[in-house]
Design a protein around this ligand. Structure first.
Ligand code: HEM
Length: 251
């Protein structure tokens, strides 16, 4: 008796849930045949069709357009990362100017131990979101407590820096072959700076918790939660500055 009503409500909820995604860039989680990486930032771009939804055969022009159109970075901001992805011979596309997202998972080329939302390769999977790794990180970011004052809605640089340091410490404790390579030492604060820079709300100088949750837990760009283009495009300099701020926190 209530079925048509329930169907209508469900349909409306689904429609509303993607109402704020830009046209042609609706969120669809990856299919099992899609290629995905250890990087939530790139996976989210593929989940919204800024990169090919397949996650395959990504070239520089496509990456430039994607980071610009979705996150409002100056298009060339990630040219260095792209060069790394192809210069380490990570690519399995058969074309030295493209890569598949999964190619980035090879350990200690770009990928490293002590990630916030992935496990270490020692435990078998350094690519997929891992709830057991993420839960203590989310707890340290105080992500689910948004009650009370307005400033409780945001992740600050200080909180993010401490959560990162705690995750690395825990990974070092449980992984007997923890690889504290130069790549890991620079990459870990760097990736914290990357999500902060990308999800930074200039109005409040912090990253909204709801945006951080969508980004990591669903690999979704949080348009629904109000993520929009920053007024001033992001640059590599913003990222470098944020990395310095993360490193300056006394953890
Ligand atoms: C578009 C903006 C980007 C954002 C916001 C972003 C964000 C992130 C974040 C937050 C992580 C850490 C994940 C974790 O610790 O669980 C990460 C990891 C990673 N990213 Fe990105 N990223 C971006 C672009 C790129 C690009 C262009 C590349 C290479 C072509 C790349 C390659 C990687 C790789 C290989 C990792 C794994 C590192 C690890 O082991 O944790 N990312 N990224």
């Amino acid at each position: 008796m209530y079925l048509p009503f329930i169907k209508t409500v469900l349909f409306s909820l689904i429609t509303i849930s993607h109402a704020r995604d830009p046209k042609g860039h609706e969120y669809h989680p990856a299919l099992p045949t899609d290629s995905r990486s250890p990087c939530p930032g790139l996976n989210a771009l593929a989940n919204h069709a800024y990169l090919p939804r397949s996650g395959k055969n990504i070239d520089l022009a496509t990456l430039r357009n994607a980071v610009h159109d979705a996150y409002n970075y100056i298009p060339t901001s990630f040219d260095g990362a792209f060069a790394q992805a192809v210069s380490f011979n990570l690519t399995t596309t058969g074309n030295a100017s493209t890569f598949h997202l999964f190619d980035l998972a090879r350990h200690d080329d770009i990928e490293f131990d002590g990630s916030l939302s992935r496990n270490d390769i020692y435990f078998g999977d350094d690519v997929h979101f891992d709830i057991n790794v993420w839960t203590p990180v989310a707890h340290n970011l105080n992500l689910y407590d948004t009650l009370g004052p307005e400033n409780n809605q945001y992740v600050t640089v200080e909180t993010a820096a401490r959560a990162r340091a705690a995750r690395v410490k825990e990974a070092q404790r449980v992984n007997p072959s923890f690889n504290a390579s130069a790549n890991q030492i620079m990459g870990s604060p760097g990736t914290t700076a990357l999500y902060l820079t990308t999800l930074w709300d200039d109005n409040v100088s912090a990253a909204p918790k709801a945006w951080v949750r969508a980004f990591f837990e669903e690999e979704r760009i949080p348009f629904l939660e109000g993520f929009g283009h920053s007024v001033i495009p992001r640059t590599e300099a913003n990222f470098t500055e944020m990395t310095k701020r993360v490193l300056a926190v006394d953890v």
